[in-house]
Design a protein around this ligand. Structure first.
Ligand code: GTP
Ligand code: ZN
Length: 325
């Protein structure tokens, strides 16, 4: 199973494994990619992914944070002419993730996440929903979902055959499929190859990306905005792809904490930067319309990876950019 398929189906604990085991470049230690290349001005692709074993080669070297917070590393070889290098964020491989040996809690395989090759050309259902997904499993899901919604209406004491409700089961099923269309999207398709070699080493921030998601506990929406920052390592990502990555993971049954982490890990995998930061601010209808009914409550979650985790200056620069009006 490809990393991106894994990533999109990782459970929170698997994500934690990926992140907590991540061999981040500490301020004083330089981690190197699989072929021992340190992120330098050449566009090396020496990176690992969760699917392939990473060589966590730690080179003892001194690294001093530069004014931008970027970690400038010099090793013996660089003593003469230290080039602006920045350690690349290396996600540690983990067999417990790459080949699930049954000990790891995994996301249950549902018809939505199955990889059965679809009869895409015959799948007329999703075309009128403008849904970009592959297998025909959406079409397969719709009738059962509509039947369940019809039962739900009956359970509410309503008459599913009255004029206003007669088409509601199918409409509601289509709406729920749209709200959760992220299950049918994966990172590779969304990136569409829009990763570009660029000798750019300043922070890139895309902020206030609208997000709509579904609380997995109550099946009611939570929505808000996402801000993403990353520190390129000679590769930049098409700006819209950051928003599309938000779409993949927000359009699912979620908790905000996992959503935040999945976005950060996806950006890491997409462009192997020196660090990624994600801040999500959400309003949860399950806290506004019911339960505690706190209309003005907002939930803010963040995930800081690599130099954003290790270097306070980098983190502060990101947060200042995100909070600036
Ligand atoms: N990093 C960066 N990306 C840019 C800039 N201007 C345009 N882009 C991105 O270039 C990428 C091109 O991606 P493609 O997938 O080839 O084009 P596309 O199909 O129009 O992509 P979408 O906009 O995602 O529909 C898009 O993600 C644009 O957002 C820029 O100034 N910087
Ligand atoms: Zn909830």
């Amino acid at each position: 199973m490809s990393f991106t398929r894994q990533l999109s189906e990782m459970s929170a604990s698997e994500l934690n494994d990926a992140i907590d085991d991540t061999n981040f470049p500490q301020a004083h230690i330089l981690s190197r990619g699989r072929n021992n290349s340190v992120c330098s001005t050449s566009s090396t692709s020496g990176t690992s992914s969760l699917a392939a074993p990473a060589e966590d080669v730690l080179a003892t070297s001194t690294a001093t944070p530069t004014p931008t917070g970027a970690v400038q590393a010099t090793t013996a070889a660089d003593e003469v002419a230290p080039s602006p290098v920045r350690p690349r964020l290396v996600l540690k491989s983990s067999s417990s993730i790459a080949e699930n040996d049954g000990t790891q809690p995994i996301t249950p395989m549902t018809p939505r996440t199955s990889t059965t090759p679809g009869r895409h050309e015959n799948c007329t259902f999703h075309h009128d929903l403008e849904l970009d997904h592959k297998p025909p499993t959406r079409e397969a899901l719709l009738p059962d979902m509509a039947r369940s919604y019809r039962l739900l209406l009956g359970g509410l004491g309503e008459n599913p055959d009255r004029q206003g409700l007669i088409k509601t089961p199918e409409r509601a099923a289509k709406a729920m499929l749209y709200f959760t269309k992220g299950y049918d999207q994966n990172l590779e398709d969304v990136l569409n190859g829009a990763v570009f070699d660029e000798d750019h080493d300043e922070m890139v921030v895309v902020k206030d990306i609208e997000m709509f998601s579904m609380c997995e506990h109550h099946l009611v929406p939570f929505y808000g905005k996402v801000s993403i920052g990353y520190l390129p390592c000679n590769k930049i990502l098409g700006l819209s792809k950051l928003a599309r990555i938000v779409e993949i993971f927000s359009r699912r049954l979620q908790v905000q904490e996992r959503l935040t982490k999945q976005i950060a890990v996806a950006v890491t995998q997409a462009v192997q930067p020196a660090g990624v930061a994600v801040v999500v601010e959400g309003v949860h209808m399950c806290m506004v319309m019911r339960g505690v009914q706190k209309i003005n409550s907002k939930t803010v979650t963040s995930t800081m990876l690599g130099v954003f985790r290790d270097d306070p200056k980098t983190r502060e620069e990101f947060l200042n950019l995100v909070n600036s009006k």
